[in-house]
Design a binder for this molecule. Structure first.
Ligand code: APR
Length: 233
């Protein structure tokens, strides 16, 4: 793999599972307990803003109780020590990659610890609860919402992501079910020569698009994969 220098990593909720954050579609996952259309759509927010704000407040508060796990830390090491281009694209809205030290990262579905003003479009880092009618620190309008990409909304930084995929030599997808687009389609956007590896407890819905499946927990398999990639770089 020595000549392969451009690496793109995609992560999903499964990488944070061993940190104690619920995934969406596993048994007991968030979409087993709540209906996405009641919580993660613009219509839900318009219909019942207090319910939606309360749900994101609870998920944001939970971040104080969890820590990055060895998989997050291994990806931060990979970014630091990888000799070529590196981009981490995460679907996750938790802060565990950032707390593990990842920097060259795109949070394509937004971030729990950020809010956005729908009046002036300013984004603000946000640690606490977000009661309805909280004034925007920039323009004062009471139009703040979670800076989360809801179903039916455009993911963030897609041009940057597409450019990285089209030039990738290696693509690694970790802990994602391959059921939500556009992320589920990333593996089919790679150059023909690229090598693709999936790390998951079980084969994802797009496993047939990958060269290889490493089946097992990310907390164990990702540090080993990082070691192997760095040794071969
Ligand atoms: N190690 C590796 N993989 C794991 C682990 C683990 N410890 N635990 C769970 N997984 C895998 C599951 O097998 C599953 O394939 O993680 C995946 C989690 O899938 P989802 O719950 O569907 O999460 P994700 O793929 O990130 O969802 C994508 O859907 O609801 C939207 O915006 C939300 O970003 C989310 C998107």
């Amino acid at each position: 793999m020595a000549e392969m220098k451009r690496l793109v990593v995609l992560t999903g909720a499964g990488i944070s599972a061993e940190s104690g954050l619920a995934t969406f579609r596993d048994p007991g996952g968030l979409w087993q307990r709540f209906r996405p259309q009641d919580l993660a759509t613009p219509e839900a927010f318009a219909r019942d803003p207090d319910l939606v704000l309360g749900w994101y407040d609870a998920r944001r508060a939970q971040l104080a109780e969890v820590e990055p796990n060895p998989a997050h830390l291994a990806l931060a090491r990979l970014e630091r020590d990888w000799p070529g281009d590196f981009l981490l694209v995460t679907q996750n809205v938790d802060d565990l990659h950032a707390r593990a030290g990842s920097r060259r990262m795109v949070q394509m579905h937004g971030a729990l610890k950020r809010v956005r003003c729908t009046a002036c479009d300013a984004r603000h880092d946000w640690q606490a609860a977000l009661p309805r009618a909280t004034p925007c620190p920039a323009c004062g309008a009471a139009r703040l919402r979670p800076d989360i990409v809801w179903f039916g909304e455009m993911p963030l930084e897609m041009p940057r992501i597409m450019a990285a995929l089209e030039a990738a030599d290696i693509f690694v997808a970790i802990g994602t079910s391959g059921t939500v687009y556009p992320a589920a389609g990333f593996v089919r956007m790679l150059p023909r020569h690229a090598r693709s590896i999936e790390v998951n407890l079980e084969a994802s819905a797009v496993a047939d698009g990958f060269d290889e499946l490493r089946q097992g927990p990310a907390g164990t398999l990702v540090p080993a994969l990082v070691e192997q990639l760095l040794c071969a770089a």
